[in-house]
Design a protein around this ligand. Sequence first.
Ligand SMILES: Cc1ncc(COP(=O)(O)O)c(C=O)c1O
Length: 325
Amino acid sequence: MATALNALLSLPGIRLAPFPTPVQELDRLRAALGAGCPRLLMKRDDLLAFGGGGNKVRKMQTVAAQALAGGFDALVTCGGVQSNHARVTAAAGAALGLRVVLVANGFRPATLTGNARLNALFGADVRYVASREERAPAMERVADELRAAGNRPLVVPLGASTPLGALGFARGVEELASSPYRPTRIVHSTSSGGTQAGLIIGSALFGLTHEIIGVSADDPAPALAETISALIAGAAERLAARPGSIGGDARPVVDDTFVGGGYGVPTPASTEAMEITARTEGIILDPVYTAKAMAGLIARVRAKVWRADETVLFWHTGGVPGFFA
Ligand SMILES: Cc1ncc(COP(=O)(O)O)c(C=O)c1O
């Protein structure tokens, strides 16, 4: 395990922002949720001071280091029109002097808002495709085009949810390990799986034993749990460790009951979660990811799933620009 931890810590990474992000008490939200609510904490990755912040900054630190070490001069990635990952990739390209081409599924909005507006601000080139299925082949075509123009593009898969991206996130768990906080549960938004894989790996390697509950923003729980397990297995290979030694033996806990009508479609529970968090704490959740995850936390509190003497940490994964979409 010490060797796997050393391997994690010695992975090349660049620093895009100051760390650690703060952990804060949510006393007023706790009071609003009534008697029996556990102590509530929030890890504020929404405040990561780079390119609009969020969980994708942590993954991008290892992925961009790979690009620089490999002599790549361009990044190609994909996502929805309002993808936070695409926006962080655009910002990283700007900060590191790499060309960025984003493949977005959807239509070019008449007026650019939220993340799409930031992509333009960071100078990224955006290509639109009609469906999610067309993204991967379109990225390959863009990479060919860039190579023909003399560039060396690195194709970064959706969400940077590769073993390397997950390990970038895993390193962030050290911030919790070196804090005074020991939550019994962590609740966060999960979608392409890299964040949850990173949390599981980091918790195992830094010796933290909380339960990790990923609330899905879109995919069904069984498929997502499998993706996360595969990412952990891939990460284990990179660390020359057994998957079991980095949290890979247990099935990841994914809750897909807060997706509602689909990706990005608000539900009454997600709208209430946004409002109650904003009105008790002055904290902004995004409608696509973190509002649904918070709805999952609130529903568990109300159903008294957790004891009142527990500590539950909500890992705020950012996405705030999406509020302005
Ligand atoms: C704000 C926000 N939260 C959570 C997630 C989920 O992270 P992951 O894709 O690593 O599962 C994403 C990305 O999709 C995101 O943009």
